[in-house]
Design a protein. Sequence first.
Length: 543
Amino acid sequence: MASPPHVLIVGGGPVGLVAALALALNGVSFRIVDKLQEHAVGQRGAGIAPRTLEIYHFLGVLKEIKSVGGPLVPFQEYDVECRPTREHFLAPQQPATPETPEPNHWMLGQDSNCTVLRKHLEEQGIEVELGTELVNFEQDEDGVSTTLNKDGKEERLRVKFLIGADGARGVTRKQLGASFLGASAQDIRLVIGDIHLTGVDRQHWHRWMDVQKNNLMLRPAWENPDMFFIVAGGPSLDLRKGVEDQEYLTEWIRDLTKNKSITIGRIKTLAEWRLNVRMVDEFRVGRVVLVGDAAHVHTPAGGQGLNSGVMDAMNVCWKLALICKNYAPESLLDSFPEERMPVIEEMLQMTTGLFMNVMKRQDKSNVISWQNPSSLRQLGVHYRWSSIVRDELKDVQELAEGTNIEPPSTYGTGISTRVHAGDRAPDAPGLIDAQSGRITRLFDIYSPTRHTVVVFGSDLAQAAQAVAAKNPQGMIRTIVVQEDAGETDVEGTVFIDGQGYAHRVYGVAAGVKILVVRPDGVVGGILKGSDGLSVYFSRIFSG
């Protein structure tokens, strides 16, 4: 008889699937359930941020994600006479660099995104259990007792932990009793969905707004040749009629755009939407954690929803994996809300402000200057205040007082540029394996299943490996990165940083001797010597 799973994931959307894939790679047993009878369809969160693309690389799905989707298309604005005006990219386009190989957003509908993630799960023999609803749960010091319902049949399931990834209307948050703080704007309501439409080009993301603030946005879907994601609203649009009456919606669009050639074909999804900005007061209660929309909902402006949820899942799952394997204390989960809640709070403020600005018509020419700040790529999102990171380049007083002081911006806006503990770990290509001669990069060395200790130079390699050897088998990989091949007689895996990218980006000249990268691609430690490794890992592992 099979042992019960360690974790139950409720919700089979992109956030739940990322959590599932992260746990699967870590060898943690789990089940993932969704109350829907069929997998959800629709574009919705189609903008995949650069930070999420990096996570997809670590999870092994990036190549397929990129093959199905496509790059961001230019944004085309129209004046009140429906004449094309400014054409620009909604997010500033950046060139790839050695430390940031994926600098720009990638477009792929949420349903297609989920299809790729499910495929990789299925390759490991794991499927989302559709038509399976979480009815209720109770938790104690040792685990969570749940009741599931599938086709009218109840099942009792005991697990160690429960991940709520079932969205804002899901049962997990409600059963947990977490307050959903925030507000709904009753006066801001829209029609959103996926429609097959002809009459406008597919080389642009289109947006019209008239003097009465009737508003229409059409974004082409990469994976469907004639489908657009539609966002429509304004005083002249009857929302319910727009959802139910295809002919009415067609005529409303034609009137607003002054384009009689627009024709709506098959409607894939269409629904009313209202602005809802909320966040739970607790991301974790005991052995239950909330991720993605189950923990926070916000405007679609800035495309932060799916991406923030993915980062939630990656942040919590490596910690859960260590706890489930008895390598880390349950108290390690305290760092999940400690790290993620300040980030989400700032994200809600930014996206709400951006959305309100977008809904305004700034002058009679309808020039609205809508462009997302580069910080929404999430490459600057960090946890420098976290109690489980260690940065020895801080001064003595800062180290003595601890690191859990939240900076002005958790998105990395307006803060110093050197890599700190708690930051995203940059890439560094051109590393040469001293033994095989194979060329690799740090992103192919970092892994969602272990910590990576990078020792710069040879003098500290043995000490670093000795510390790592005291920790759980396979949970840490130690490598040595040298500037040249002059000293390759050290013990362990040695890479030559011939182009100097790793040394430069991680600040070796400033005194960094050892780098620790967590399984979620975050710098856990910036250290001046091997003694710092003992301090860092004492905050992670048991005993």
